[in-house]
Design a protein around this ligand. Structure first.
Ligand code: SF4
Length: 360
């Protein structure tokens, strides 16, 4: 089976890598797989011995070849704004981070009955893209996360917060890594996260954020999974975008926008365009005008993200006045535009601040 555990050294298989169908093929009759899924994803039980309605023989077989412990929580940090940052450890000694964001209702842009929590997931340890404003990229690339290592972030966070299985959550692949650079495992993880017998997180609640790997966007669109897509645009001309997002040297703005025009989106949703707004770099009105021109014809929403300063960066956070002017211009021309409040700044959990690190 391709795309499962990333190293061959670990002989135990990560059970969170497996779809329900795959487990059903291992353990017949098929209802047994549903029982296991129920324990893992509805009760968050990770000790096979506690799966009381599973036969003794099956528990023994599970213990022999599967592990629930390929990912462990190393550290949890709590922000004053309610966000929590999780540092996870892998079986091969690496670490990666995810963030639980508590959104205000009006900020989530959803109805009152909808989810008010968003989990920002990592898809890789490190990142190959190397965006100029991002701490993750500065640490280089270590390896892809397996699907199970992606899914385990959600299971751990739900369990740690005592969330009921049916609690609505939004998922954004905006943590460490470029999700479309780990295409196979991310698609597999979306399938496991969406399973009605498991975590049951609807694809329309899952957003893939990409720096713009045009062929992979096309490939994802063809799968028609129902997920949302966000493009990290950040600049309105190729010279600047190539400096900020080096992926632009492979697929420029026009190429990426051309592919996005054909991406299937839920009729109730919009394509998201992320725009990190940096003082004296891309926060002027001329950029706002060009952005409006570029997005003409898209059912789009622009998310303005204030640059989050970090050690060693030469960029600065823009003034709220320039951000508001930028936003008001777009809104006045009919382009939906929100300013995303930075969450978890005090615990370095905001956009572009995640990286591999030790627990102390
Ligand atoms: S912003 Fe995203 S794609 Fe760019 S370096 Fe950071 S993690 Fe990678």
């Amino acid at each position: 089976m391709r795309g499962l555990n990333p190293t061959s050294k670990n002989t135990m298989r990560n059970i969170y890598d497996y779809t329900l169908d795959e487990l059903a093929r291992e353990f017949r009759p098929a209802y047994r797989a549903k029982q296991i899924y129920g324990w893992l994803y509805h009760r968050y039980i990770d000790d096979f011995d506690l799966m009381s309605n599973v036969s003794k023989e099956l528990r023994a077989a599970l213990k022999e070849s599967f592990s629930t412990q390929c990912v462990t929580i190393l550290k949890i940090e709590q922000s004053v704004d309610g966000s929590k940052k999780y540092l996870f450890g892998t079986h091969d000694g690496h670490s990666y981070e995810a963030v639980l964001l508590q959104m205000r209702e009006e900020q989530s842009g959803e109805k009152a009955s909808e989810a008010r929590y968003t989990i920002c997931l990592s898809s890789q340890i490190g990142c190959r893209v190397g965006c100029a404003f991002c701490l993750t990229g500065k640490g280089g690339f270590v390896r892809n996360l397996s699907a199970g290592e992606i899914v385990a972030q959600v299971v751990h966070i739900k369990r740690d917060n005592g969330f009921a299985p049916q609690k609505g959550l939004n998922i954004v692949f905006m943590g460490m890594g470029e999700p479309l650079d780990n295409f196979e495992n991310v698609v597999r993880a979306i399938g496991i996260l969406s399973s009605k017998d498991g975590l049951s997180i609807a694809p329309r609640r899952q957003t893939i954020s990409t720096s713009g790997i045009a062929p992979r966007i096309e490939q994802l669109g063809k799968l028609n999974l129902g997920v949302q897509l966000a493009l990290s645009l950040h600049a309105v001309n190729d010279v600047l975008r190539s400096k900020l997002v080096p992926m632009n040297r492979s697929y420029n703005i026009r190429e990426v926008l051309d592919v996005l025009r054909h991406f299937p989106i839920d009729s109730r949703k919009r394509l998201l365009f992320e725009y990190i707004i940096i003082k004296d770099v891309n926060d002027d009105l001329a950029s706002a005008k060009e952005l409006l021109r570029l997005l003409n014809g898209f059912k789009a929403k622009v998310n303005l993200i204030l640059f989050n300063p970090h050690e060693g960066s030469s960029f600065a956070r823009p003034s709220m006045e320039s951000v508001r002017k930028f936003q008001e211009f777009l809104l006045s021309r009919g382009l939906l535009c929100t300013v995303r409040e930075s969450k978890g700044l005090d615990i370095s959990a905001a956009c572009g601040q995640l990286r591999e690190k030790s627990a102390c």
